[in-house]
Design a protein. Structure first.
Length: 236
């Protein structure tokens, strides 16, 4: 079982202990637990409990895990078009237990819909109100807890409510996203999608593709989905 908690990560309202019957790890945040489930680092027969619980539960009984698995199973088992897949994911957003889970579902849904090879989800957190990396897609868990500085060009674009789509070197904002996702510079194209609640930035999602550019139809569809993701975040 390969789970660790980055020392720089900020506390999450839900933190979990995980055991395979021999080794116990944690506490880990919800998004890191779900990432471990998605990538097979947390076995299906694992037992988990929240910090403060007195009893263990099977991993399959945890609401957050069930919500994520429903999204993944639909995407694998049903011959859905990309827009339908995003609509299904929008329904799963409404079942999220907290803002971290909602952002994680949105990140993975968009990454799969666009065939992104890597992605990061950042939430604005008190007291600095700077984007803090809260979930990842095919990126190192060590990114969790990192803070995007105020002067970052992509953050500046996000504060204006605008997205970023283009080659990894098409603008200062695109270069900032590319450096964050892949410091080695191996990405062909990048995207940044802001999530706004009542006109104010609450989160931003960043993606990269290493094979070829994002499709021209991606921007409109993803911005529509971003509105649904922002509505889900507004509930918390």
């Amino acid at each position: 079982m390969e789970l660790s908690r980055p020392s720089s990560a900020r506390p999450d309202p839900l933190e979990w202990l995980v055991t395979n019957g021999t080794v116990t790890v944690g506490p880990v945040r919800t998004e890191l637990l779900l990432r471990g489930v998605m990538h097979g680092r947390v076995p299906n027969d694992s037992m988990v409990r929240q910090v403060g619980w007195t009893e263990w539960r099977a991993i399959g009984q945890i609401r957050e895990v069930c919500a994520l698995k429903r999204v993944l199973e639909r995407q694998i088992d049903e011959p859905l078009s990309k827009p339908q897949s995003l609509r299904d994911s929008a329904e799963a957003l409404n079942q999220a237990a907290d803002a971290g889970e909602a952002l994680l579902i949105a990140l993975h849904a968009i990454a799969q819909a666009t065939s992104a090879t890597i992605g990061l989800g950042h939430r604005l957190r008190e007291p600095l109100l700077l984007p803090t990396t809260s979930c990842v897609f095919e990126a190192s868990a060590e990114c969790l807890g990192e803070v995007v500085p105020w002067f970052d060009p992509a953050f500046a674009v996000a504060r204006s409510g605008a997205p970023v789509f283009g080659s990894a070197d098409s603008s200062a904002a695109a270069r900032a996203v590319s450096r964050r996702l892949a410091p080695g510079g191996e990405l062909q194209s990048v995207a940044m999608i802001p999530l706004l609640v009542a006109g104010r930035l609450c989160a931003m999602l960043e993606f990269g593709r290493s094979d070829h550019p994002f499709r021209t139809t991606d921007e409109r569809e993803l911005l529509e989905f971003a509105e649904q993701a922002a509505a889900a975040l507004a509930r918390f």
